[in-house]
Design a protein around this ligand. Structure first.
Ligand code: LR7
Ligand code: MN
Length: 561
């Protein structure tokens, strides 16, 4: 999911998750330092090409992903109590279904290998890779050839035409014969003992649909970091969002290993009994490409007699990217179309709230929903009103015209023109650890914003060093470089620029081994801060760090006048 729905601001410092919070901090310190320094380094023009091509096709750093290979260690991010959990010897068997469209080979195979490496062998009935008619490179043949030789447990199938993830999953599920279906995205890494909690819960209660906690794999660096324990909600624009687990669910330590009820799920990673999946109507096959199916399934599970739960001892990392690298073949806004189907089939009169927020959607077509209405009737599902009152009483209704306008504006700000914008996952306080000018060694030239300090997108130039705001860089404890405490230095492309600080590291994270004659390295870009031909106006650029001409900088600490 493009993460425009985030964590509640205080997810990390809420009293009720304090134990968890300390645990997260401890884990953050355990991140391997090697990854930060070495693996992302772009060492040649060829590597630069791979990286740029990867960003274009996959919206993540494939250069780093390739260097990591098919297997790697990741930190065990589980709550300490999870290590003591005991699971029955006999558990239902799993059919793992992974759909992909134009996925990066290494990332996909590392996903598959992580499943094999970190699951008890006897629990994996099969792994089904559904190629949703990829049209990039030779991905299908490479995967097929690799699995034939190395991974006989994997079945590789291909849809006859591009179906989108919803019908592709149904296609995969039809081929499956294990007891439980486990759906995963194609850019994930499962963590230690991730599978047993899911299967054990389903064995105990066949109507529970269960998800792991979704950890974060950074799209620029592939660093694996834990997520706090949060549950799924949604807003009236029918966007999924994360939110805090109500306090009474997390009163003592043991609550961090028990199933947590969740009104909705993110959609990509979950397990449910195979027969139950079919009985409940699989997915809505009228939904196209991407979006909305997660809320549809969530509403359907709750309203038709099942329940949705998070198993906190199961953790799976997912690569969160800033944009989706693909669209629908005909350019359709499938999220809106699919949401309309959700609203008309499941939301009864409450769909009016959706239309208040999305008046533009009222007249769009969404196909025939009669089979889904029939399904709802056959399963004798409860009303949406029941769902809201019993499962999600925390959701507030937009009570007044003013409130729905507020939501509408908020929605438009989040999602201008229907294109998802990236938003920070971790809201946090910014801590500055030092303040300096960045001077080109051996010169009297300093890095300065080309426009003023407030202009997003401004390039950087070298200008005679002066104690002016537009040369005052503040380094944070997360190694961002913030100009005048306003905008962050962002290592995008060939020419870094000033961007809104997104608090996600990556292209806004800079390392300098020293303070004088030092390189300034961007770990996500894999390149260093440099400066081009002075004839072009001394523009500050991103250069290969290995270039003999790569710039050296002095960090001149500004003394208070
Ligand atoms: O046409 C397509 N055919 C496919 O097979 C489009 C996509 N896919 C595959 C794709 O290769 C990937 O493996 O489907 C999977 C999901 O697509 P992503 O990774 O582009 O989607 P996402 O991670 O941005 O989206 C989230 O929301 C989607 C809504 O339709 C799906 O439910 C995704 O599975 C879901 N991902 C997660 O829940 C992971 C955690 C993210 C969060 C929060
Ligand atoms: Mn995904």
């Amino acid at each position: 999911m493009v993460v425009h729905e985030f964590l509640p601001k205080d997810a990390h410092n809420k009293g009720n998750v304090e134990g968890e919070d300390k645990h997260q901090k401890m884990l953050a310190q355990l991140q391997p330092k090697k990854l930060e320094n070495e693996i992302g380094m772009v060492r040649s023009l060829e590597e630069q090409r791979i990286r740029d091509q990867g960003y274009k096709n996959h919206a993540f750093n494939t250069l780093v992903s390739h260097k990591l290979g098919y297997h790697r260690e990741i930190p065990d991010t589980r709550n300490a109590l999870c290590a003591d959990q005991k699971y029955p010897d006999e558990l239902p068997s799993a059919s793992i279904v992974i759909c992909f469209f134009n996925e990066d080979l290494h990332t996909l195979l590392r996903s598959v290998h992580s499943v094999i490496d970190r699951s008890p062998k006897k629990l994996i009935h099969e792994i089904i890779l559904v190629d949703d008619n990829s049209n990039l490179d030779n991905i299908h043949h490479e995967i097929e050839a690799y699995c034939k030789v190395h991974l006989p447990i994997v079945m590789v199938v291909k849809t006859p035409r591009r179906e989108g993830l919803i019908r592709a999953r149904m296609f995969g599920a039809k081929k499956a014969s294990g007891d439980v279906l486990v759906f995963l995205d194609s850019h994930i890494e499962v963590n230690r003992d991730w599978l047993q909690p899911l299967l054990a819960r389903i064995q105990e209660d066949p109507k529970s649909v269960v998800t792991p906690i979704i950890d974060i794999i950074n799209a620029d660096t592939f660093q694996y970091t834990p997520s706090p324990l949060v549950r799924g909600g949604f807003n009236w624009g029918l966007h999924f969002k994360w939110e805090n687990v109500p306090q009474w669910n997390l009163e003592n330590a043991a609550d961090f290993v028990k199933p947590i009820k969740s009104p909705t799920m993110a959609g990509g990673l979950f397990a449910m009994k195979r027969e139950y999946f079919e009985e409940l109507g699989a997915y809505d096959s009228g939904m196209n490409i991407w979006g909305g199916e997660n809320l549809e399934l969530s509403f359907r599970v709750w309203m038709c007699g099942g329940h949705l739960e998070i198993m906190p001892c199961s953790r799976v990392g997912h690569v969160f990217r800033r944009r989706r690298p693909y669209g629908a073949p005909d350019g359709e806004d499938t999220m809106t179309r699919n949401s309309l189907r959700v609203a008309h089939v499941w939301m009864d009169d409450y769909k009016d709230y959706f239309f208040k927020v999305r008046p533009d959607a009222r007249h769009l077509s969404y196909g025939d929903i009669s089979l889904r209405l029939k399904l709802r009737e056959n399963l004798q599902c409860k009303s949406f009103d029941w769902y809201l009152k019993n499962v999600y009483p925390e959701l507030s209704l937009p009570s007044s015209e003013k409130e729905s306008n507020r939501l509408k504006n908020k929605w438009q700000a989040l999602d201008p023109g229907g294109k998802k914008k990236f938003q920070p996952w971790h809201a946090r306080q910014r801590n500055y650890i030092s303040q300096y000018q960045i001077r080109l060694t051996g010169s009297n030239l300093c890095v300065q914003s080309e426009k003023d300090v407030k202009t997003k997108g401004s390039y950087l130039n070298l200008q005679p060093c002066l104690r002016v705001k537009s040369q005052m860089w503040y380094e944070t404890d997360r190694h961002e470089l913030v100009l005048a405490q306003l905008l962050c230095l962002d290592g995008t492309g060939d020419t870094p620029r000033l961007s809104k600080c997104h608090e996600m590291g990556g292209l806004q994270e800079w390392q300098h081994p020293g303070k004088v004659e030092t390189a300034i390295y961007n770990m996500a870009a894999g390149t260093c801060l440099g400066s081009d031909d002075p004839s072009k106006g001394n523009r500050v650029t991103m250069e290969l760090c290995t270039k003999p001409t790569a710039a050296k900088w002095d960090l001149v600490v500004a003394r208070k006048a």
